[in-house]
Design a protein around this ligand. Structure first.
Ligand SMILES: N[C@@H](CCC(=O)N[C@@H](CS)C(=O)NCC(=O)O)C(=O)O
Length: 210
């Protein structure tokens, strides 16, 4: 049994998306950020980092969105979201997944929670630094997709594309967004056309960036 602890549109979004895509029966537990439920002793017992997602599989809590994607994609190899282990494509798949988790996701955390790193007084400066980092990565990914797309691994969609589109969505309130990059925008349109996107939006009750 899979139970996903989530908050709408948060880093749990992509885990929820893959659970839907892979047809994995799951229960959802909404974590109430407004009451800081993610910092409660009960939740910290599941995920000591006090963030979502946490995915409990057969009673065992696992966390870190990218790790969960790698695991879920491997658990249903027939879906083809992860190239076979030991192949060069698998190497590229790891490369991009870790690049997104290590290089793109952290400046998004800084953008959304600037005071956490820089204090209230320097939040705007921190956001500007984050935005510059995000756009440097977006420009690089856009060039990669323009030359090698439409998906990050070429002709075939993989778990990396789901991760990337979630991160692109997080730029929606910036003056320049991911959709201002043509190849990234094309990837978003392909991914949003999947029936799972509509189901995800309806279940998480999301409207922005539909
Ligand atoms: N590296 C973690 C980051 C998760 C994360 O930062 N989640 C945010 C939402 S996008 C969160 O739970 N924020 C609530 C908080 O920090 O209190 C992952 O990928 O799972």
């Amino acid at each position: 049994m899979h139970t996903l602890y989530y908050a709408p549109g948060a880093a749990s979004f992509v885990v929820h998306w893959l659970l839907i895509e892979l047809n994995i029966p799951h229960a959802l537990e909404k974590v109430d950020f407004s009451s800081k439920q993610q910092k409660s002793p009960e939740y910290l017992a599941l995920n000591p980092n006090g963030v979502v997602p946490t995915l409990v599989i057969d009673g065992k809590p696992l966390y870190e969105a990218a790790a969960l994607l790698l695991h879920l994609a491997d658990s249903r190899p027939e879906a083809g979201f992860a190239p076979p282990p030991g192949t060069l494509q698998r190497g590229a798949y790891y490369q991009w997944m870790l690049h997104l988790a290590n290089t793109l996701q952290p400046p998004f955390r800084l953008w959304w929670y600037p005071a956490e790193a820089a204090g209230e007084a320097h939040s705007e400066a921190a956001k500007a630094v984050a935005e510059a980092k995000i756009h440097a990565v977006f420009a690089q990914l856009d060039a990669h997709l323009a030359a090698n797309g439409p998906y990050m691994l070429g002709e075939k969609v993989s778990a990396v594309d789901f991760m990337l589109v979630m991160l692109m969505r997080w730029s929606r309130f910036m003056p320049k967004t991911a959709l201002d990059y043509p190849a990234l925008a094309h990837l978003a349109s392909l991914m949003k056309a999947r029936p799972s996107w509509k189901q995800l939006y309806e279940t998480e009750e999301l409207t922005e960036w539909a």
